[in-house]
Design a protein around this ligand. Sequence first.
Ligand code: NAD
Length: 420
Amino acid sequence: MSTAAIRDLSVFGEAIAYFNEAASLLDLRPGVRAILTHPSRQITVSIPFQRDNGEIEVYTGYRVQYNFTRGPAKGGIRYHPGVTLDEVTALAFWMTWKCSVVDLPFGGGKGGVTCDPGKLSIGELERITRRYAAELVEVIGPDKDVPAPDVGTTPQIMAWFMDTYSMHVRQNVPGVVTGKPLEIGGSRGRVEATGRGVSFVTLDELGRLKIKPSQARVVVQGFGNVGSITAKFIAEAGCKVVGISDVTGAYLNERGIDIPSAIAYCQEHHSLDGYRGGQRIDAGVLLETPCDVLVPAALENVFTSDNARRVQAKLIVEGANGPTTPDADAIFRERGIDVIPDIVANAGGVIVSYFEWVQDRQGFFWRENDVNERLREQLLDNFSLVRELAQMRGVSYRTAAYVLAIQRVVTTLNIRGMYA
Ligand code: NAD
């Protein structure tokens, strides 16, 4: 898929289509609807930084704090050449509903710098990160806005961010960002949290569909953090992962792919390119392979009106953010394919980010088992509520998830009252 195609479809206007559908089922006052469809704050900063050769260049960075009703803004920082204010706004908007649907005391935020981290040295990345953090120092903080890693950013980048903020405020503030290395206040279980959460909701839903893990055929698109860890946990639960892919190619093995060996291959070669544990097939064909569960875990706008009719899965679990366009979603509904939406399916990462923020504030760090058990409870309890709402109202999981998330924000807004 071309970057241009992704860009055309990824605008904020597209993101609010799902909100509008759910909001139409709620009796929202027009003023409340207007508040929830406007970002609270959009910040654009210039980031001058010195290249290794001594030249000064200026990049552009953004931070959108979409909503603060339920608590400080929360959301990742993306380093990617395609970052725009529009995209960051849409991502901050999604974070608002994701935090609410799994009942976290956060609003929604997102940030980004338009850059290609693959073409920057470690020193250049550090200088960009420190200047970006310094530009935002007044508007971020554990009680204001708590960033985290996203596409193109790493625990090391979070460490530089936390260090820069701490230098400016003259005290150690680990809770200003999450997704940090363990040594400086990160949480055990954070790296695996999103994939672990995807596997929890998948196995839970397979139970409802009365499909035993040993009978389930699974296809996973994307083999990075979310895809590979989801595949690992799902295979450990007894499911047969018959197809995997990454940006370099797709692989099918009817007997089941040996996921630990695929992960080891990927770590050694930095991609699946050349992997021999399955037959190499066309990436588009992989998405149309008959299976019980299809997990898109790569990028946005994977399912469109072009391919949605050819998908042969019983259940789609959105590991990635925004993999299904509203047109494709309508086709899946018409065809009776259940979709567990991104704001629920991949919320494991932000749930453990919340646990990290709590641990940093307590100065008391939990055992990994405690993190994983609390993650299971927080995610599955809220997924149960989404499921009940979907059944009660006769709507899709996605619409039910948005209804629950919007209701929670509106309830808080009504209790707090409006400063207007
Ligand atoms: P990542 O960079 O670790 O992995 C992305 C994977 O997708 C890579 O294997 C890449 O090769 C693959 N990919 C890229 N283009 C592809 C294509 N055209 N076909 C097949 N594979 C392709 O990123 P990640 O952290 O795993 O994130 C993946 C998605 O999950 C993103 O949408 C991200 O926003 C979302 N997400 C991530 C987290 C998290 O905690 N990492 C949390 C919530 C949501």
